[in-house]
Design a protein around this ligand. Structure first.
Ligand SMILES: Cc1cc2nc3c(=O)[nH]c(=O)nc-3n(C[C@H](O)[C@H](O)[C@H](O)COP(=O)(O)OP(=O)(O)OC[C@H]3O[C@@H](n4cnc5c(N)ncnc54)[C@H](O)[C@@H]3O)c2cc1C
Length: 426
């Protein structure tokens, strides 16, 4: 039995790891990029690694936490305070504790309406949430909390996450998100991080796969999945490779180029700059959401989350989601985009100078997250497809709803491995 896995992100690595551990199949991972890791890949800077896109985890990410433990990295998984804030009307408002919320620009009646929404999401049964898949988040908030809560609180967040699609995102998605993010104590939210970076998880997984006899080929793009009489026969990646099963972890539109039928799930892109700085930008704030006309939606100071001594310099992400390939954040040159981000920082932080920046890197990808429009839930593909031997796992899988995550991709990879094991046993 031979399985080819398309993509060496966490879904692909997790499915290979599980199949080899269970002795289900021989495994070859084909990754089009020059390295594995996908969205969870890292830069190697000086003597440390840092994720290309900001990453942390939640206490509910149990499969990821178990995997980190079974790979021998559990002692380095740490739970740290991740402070958040909101830049509104030219001012930064910390938003971590009830007292800080009371000082926010929301009026007391609006805060009560907001608290009511949070309670509603916590109490809702799954069936009720699924029904909200047909309603937009905007309609639902306007109806249940009023225009002022929508415009002052939710709209900027939705815009920052979904750009021009912000008013088409489903209320079911919003419910799921509020549930995850409101599960915090009165002193704020604890977030998890693997000291040394999630690069260590990717490396340990890769080493284990190779040690168990798996093969990983990088710079190897799959252009076609071969199908004979409704069953998978192999793939084309430069040359032809035969196999019994294929797990595709590529985004839907990339899958569509390889096989005639693929799930119809829209994705959005991210343009995420990382700045090495010689001083702190936001004092003790980790994550700042922004309501302003600057071309980014959040500023994330990694070294206000992890100790500065792990890196020896301040690390700040400046990031934006964009909806399609016409967006200037995708079309402009790297230098133009960085300049526009720096101009934005100058506008928001009066003490900031360009000389504070020692270096920058830019990660830009057009397929970084599904966009959870209305009727999304019914489009989520199962692991097994109608083509015998073709399985799908990735950021579009059910385990990655209502938010894609490392945990969700690992679970999806495990899910496909289990489907293949069941098929062999049957
Ligand atoms: C900005 C950002 C912030 C994030 N923050 C967090 C966070 O804080 N916490 C968290 O848990 N998660 C976070 N995530 C999500 C997490 O990184 C992803 O859910 C996870 O890494 C996705 O893994 P995947 O394998 O499903 O997909 P991907 O990582 O996209 O992997 C798919 C792989 O397939 C390859 N591929 C595509 N087409 C082909 C082809 N034709 N042939 C061969 N290879 C192909 C791609 O190159 C890629 O490597 C974040 C993601 C982003 C973008």
């Amino acid at each position: 039995m031979k399985t080819i896995i398309i993509g060496g992100g966490l879904s692909g690595l997790a499915s290979a790891y599980r199949m080899l551990k269970d002795d289900t199949s021989d495994v070859v991972i084909l990754e089009k990029g020059y390295e594995v890791g996908g969205m969870a890949a890292s830069y190697h800077i000086g003597n440390y690694h840092i994720e290309k896109y900001y990453h942390h985890i939640f206490e509910s990410d149990s499969e990821l936490i178990d995997l980190i433990g079974s790979l021998g990295l559990g002692a380095d998984l740490q739970w740290l305070k991740g402070t958040t804030g909101y830049y509104i009307d030219g001012k930064i408002y910390p938003m971590n504790t009830p007292i800080e919320l009371l000082k926010s620009p929301l009026s007391v009646p609006d805060l009560i309406r907001l608290a009511r929404i949070v309670l509603m999401t916590r109490r809702a049964k799954d069936e009720e949430i699924y029904k909200l898949d047909r309603v937009t988040a905007k309609e639902w908030i306007l109806k249940n909390a009023g225009r002022s809560v929508y415009e002052r609180f939710f709209e900027p967040l939705l815009r920052s996450k979904f750009g021009s699609s912000h008013d088409r995102v489903s209320a079911a998605w919003l419910f799921g998100r509020i549930r995850i993010r409101s599960n915090r104590s009165t002193s704020g939210e604890k977030l998890g991080y693997l000291r040394g970076g999630f690069h260590r998880l990717v490396t340990r997984l890769t080493e284990s796969i190779v040690a168990m006899g798996g093969e990983i080929r990088t710079n190897c793009e799959v252009s076609e999945i071969g199908i004979v009489d409704g069953s998978v026969s192999g793939v084309t990646a430069g040359g032809r490779m035969d196999c019994d099963s294929v797990i595709s972890t590529a985004p839907p539109h990339a899958l569509l180029k390889m096989v005639a039928d693929a799930p119809d799930i829209p994705y959005q892109g991210t343009a995420c700059a990382l700045f090495g700085m010689n001083r702190s930008l936001m004092k003790d704030m980790y994550w700042l959401n922004i309501k302003s006309s600057v071309p980014f939606g959040a500023v994330i100071e990694h070294t206000n989350f992890l100790p500065l001594s792990d890196y020896g310099e301040h690390l700040v992400y400046v990031t934006a989601y964009f909806q399609d390939d016409t967006d200037p954040r995708w079309r402009s040159s790297e230098q133009e985009l960085i300049d526009s981000y720096l101009d934005g920082l100058l506008e928001l932080f009066p003490d900031f100078h360009r000389d504070d920046i020692s270096w920058w890197r830019l990660a830009r990808d057009i397929d970084t997250a599904p966009v959870y429009l209305t009727n999304y839930i019914e489009k989520i593909p199962r692991y097994s497809t109608d083509i015998k031997g073709l399985y799908l796992a990735g950021m579009f899988s059910r385990t990655n709803y209502p938010e894609r995550s490392m945990n969700g991709s690992i679970l999806a990879g495990f899910g496909c491995a289990e489907e293949i094991r069941k098929r062999i046993r049957a």
